[in-house]
Design a protein around this ligand. Structure first.
Ligand SMILES: NC(=O)C1=CN([C@@H]2O[C@H](COP(=O)(O)OP(=O)(O)OC[C@H]3O[C@@H](n4cnc5c(N)ncnc54)[C@H](OP(=O)(O)O)[C@@H]3O)[C@@H](O)[C@H]2O)C=CC1
Ligand SMILES: O=C(CO)COP(=O)(O)O
Length: 305
């Protein structure tokens, strides 16, 4: 029995796949995302969050909404297994999803579900592999069993820092990859940017205590590859629009936007060099033009790989 808070693209897709095999309560504060598939009969849809009583709750809201949701409903959620399904760094605190869970609900099991998956693929039942991270090994095993389905295969780790930073940082690099393609800079430039982007993801994540093998796994490299190479990604499409000088619907969830600013602040505090992330943040804010951003990245001192 699983509760899901947030009925956007991802929460609804998870309800569809999990609800094919077990009862699910899906909480929507307004309506349900329009997916191609109907909700299975085992999914109960509610707009009353008080009726979400399951011991395991997936938190499928955008990153910048997570802290507020947790604080507002902390008493109700305390003590349960809370699995964040969002990717990003909280702009207000510089913390990741599991730290926000621990701050609001210190007796809860704080976990994160992340990795390469488009909501539409999950909902269609296409094969997908994700990372489930929680510090408690036994709780992780139980969640891994509970949340794996016939088509959704979960790997587990106790490295929550690595899993959540991989998912957060790749969105910023995906915006940069979109810029490269949108500006017509070519596939070679994108490959270089993904590789150097991965290098700076690792620099920050390792400094914050992540394990290198987590970054090389589904939640880091895996999701970086997916998001930087597909127009299904909203972060990539947003970058494409930036690169082409086109507009973009402000209502679309683009996690890399706020996360870029949060990561620039995090990296500055630790004196970690993240040139691509810094340029993405400056470009979004209009502090640099695209030609200036390209020139800044290409004119950095030559160094060893
Ligand atoms: N879409 C995808 O393919 C994937 C998404 N993710 C991650 O999932 C997270 C959610 O993304 P996604 O579902 O796509 O986003 P959507 O924009 O599709 O949906 C977000 C949902 O969160 C709800 N919401 C927003 N703010 C609040 C709030 N303050 N309180 C309660 N509910 C709120 C929205 O409700 P309302 O409609 O009422 O505004 C909406 O139902 C992101 O972090 C994303 O990175 C991860 C993997 C795949
Ligand atoms: O995280 C995702 C794929 O793993 C979804 O990417 P977007 O949020 O860029 O659409």
């Amino acid at each position: 029995m699983i509760g899901i808070l947030g009925a956007g693209a991802f929460g609804t897709a998870l309800a569809v796949t999990l609800g094919r095999e077990q009862p699910v309560t899906l909480w929507a504060r307004r309506g349900v995302a329009k997916l191609e598939l109907e909700l299975p009969p085992l999914v109960r849809l509610t707009s009353d969050i008080e009726t979400v009583t399951e011991p395991t709750v997936l938190l499928a809201v955008p990153m910048q909404a997570l802290g507020g949701l947790l604080r507002e409903h902390a008493a109700q959620l305390e003590g349960r297994a809370l699995v964040a399904c969002c990717k990003g760094v909280d702009l207000a605190t510089g913390h990741g999803p599991t730290a926000l869970i621990a701050e609001a609900c210190p007796r809860a099991t704080a976990a994160i579900l992340t990795g390469p998956s488009f909501a539409a693929d999950i909902a269609r039942g296409l094969p997908t592999a994700l990372t489930l991270a929680t510090a408690d090994e036994a709780a992780g095993e139980a969640l891994q069993r509970q949340l794996s389905t016939a088509t959704l295969r979960l790997y587990r780790t106790t490295d929550t820092v690595g899993a959540e930073l991989g998912g957060a940082l790749k969105n910023v690099i995906a915006i940069a990859a979109g810029v490269v393609i949108g500006a017509g800079l070519g596939q070679s430039a994108r490959a270089a940017l993904m590789t150097r982007g991965y290098a700076e993801m690792q620099r920050l994540a390792l400094a914050l205590g992540a394990r290198a093998d987590t970054l090389a796994g589904l939640s880091g490299l895996g999701d970086l590859v997916l998001t930087c190479t597909s127009e299904q990604s909203r972060n990539f499409r947003y970058g494409q629009a930036l690169g082409a000088g086109a507009g973009f619907d402000p209502a679309v969830t683009v996690e890399g936007r706020a996360t870029a600013a949060a990561v620039v602040a995090l990296a500055a505090r630790r004196e970690i060099d993240m040139p691509i992330t810094a340029m993405v943040d400056a470009l979004i804010d209009g502090r640099v033009t695209l030609p200036q951003a390209i020139q800044t990245l290409l004119s950095r001192p030559l160094k060893q790989e």
